[in-house]
Design a protein around this ligand. Structure first.
Ligand SMILES: [Zn+2]
Length: 270
């Protein structure tokens, strides 16, 4: 696929590298059958198109408020910035920088894209128990084949972008290849997400990460460990002892599936 070409990755990774905790969103293209569980009215917000940063900020704040239920202090501090060429393959991204949320947007951004990033922002503040509940449900749905295949594919590709961004830049061509072949491995009947988890379990501790530690070059797992620290600091909760880099990795994978799923439901709820 085009997305796995190393040239296509590089542009997106420049931005993602700047913030270890960034998550990327790819274009959501395919319309689907309407679902009944979306709140009426949200569809209108999701269908709006912002054509500059000011409009993106206005629309984004309205959507953040719907997602969080209220525009509290932490949410109101989320900034909107132009991602510009740095977004590359991605069309938007949520990142935590200096303990505040930032949503990077393209010049033109629609409401469902802003909803996707708002879901990331909201998920970053879940309690550990609520976070694990989401993880369990999505992984079970994937294993049971209950997730729409193209949604799984979008989540896989967004996760691969972020995982690759956690690697030493010299490996940016290799990492997507490794993860993509693992996802399509014929030798397993596991769900796509289970395969990705299995593949990243070994790749993350083997491959060099994009952060250095005093004793030398650290691994991708160390980069996720760092991202977990940033995540829990942003949540304003102490990081649970059992929340290792693996939980952070899996939470981010599941977060992509949830963000695409909810944005799709919103867009289809008209
Ligand atoms: Zn995303």
């Amino acid at each position: 696929m085009k997305i796995t070409a190393s040239v296509a990755f590089t542009g997106a990774l420049v931005l993602l590298l700047a913030a270890t905790s960034a998550s990327a969103q790819l274009p959501l293209i395919h319309p689907v059958t309407p679902r009944v569980d979306a709140i009426p009215g949200d569809a209108w917000l999701c269908a709006q198109v912002a054509t500059n940063l000011e409009e993106s900020t206005l629309l984004g704040r309205a959507i953040l408020t719907r997602v969080q239920g209220t525009l509290d202090e932490r949410t109101s501090r989320i900034q909107f910035r132009r991602g510009g060429a740095r977004l590359g393959e991605a069309i938007a991204a949520f990142a935590v920088e200096s303990n505040d949320g930032v949503i990077y947007v393209s010049d033109s951004t629609d409401g469902s894209t802003l909803l996707h990033e708002s879901i990331h922002a909201a998920m970053a503040r879940l309690t550990p128990e609520d976070a694990m509940r989401e993880v369990t449900q999505i992984l079970a749905a994937d294993s049971a084949g209950q997730l729409e295949p193209d949604l799984v594919d979008l989540a896989r590709r967004s996760f691969t972008l972020s995982f690759t961004a956690s690697a030493n830049p010299e490996l940016w061509g290799l990492v997507p290849m490794v993860l993509t072949s693992a996802a399509f491995s014929e030798s397993s009947t596991a769900g796509t997400f289970a395969r990705l988890i299995h593949a990243t379990d070994s790749a993350a501790v083997t491959l060099e990460g994009n952060i250095s530690k005093g004793w030398g070059r650290a691994t991708i797992a160390d980069a996720y460990d760092e991202a977990a620290t940033i995540h829990w600091r942003y949540a304003g909760l102490s990081r649970p002892e059992w929340w290792s880099w693996r939980e952070e990795r899996t939470f981010r994978l599941v977060g992509e599936a949830l963000a695409y799923q909810r944005a799709r439901r919103c867009a289809a709820s008209d």
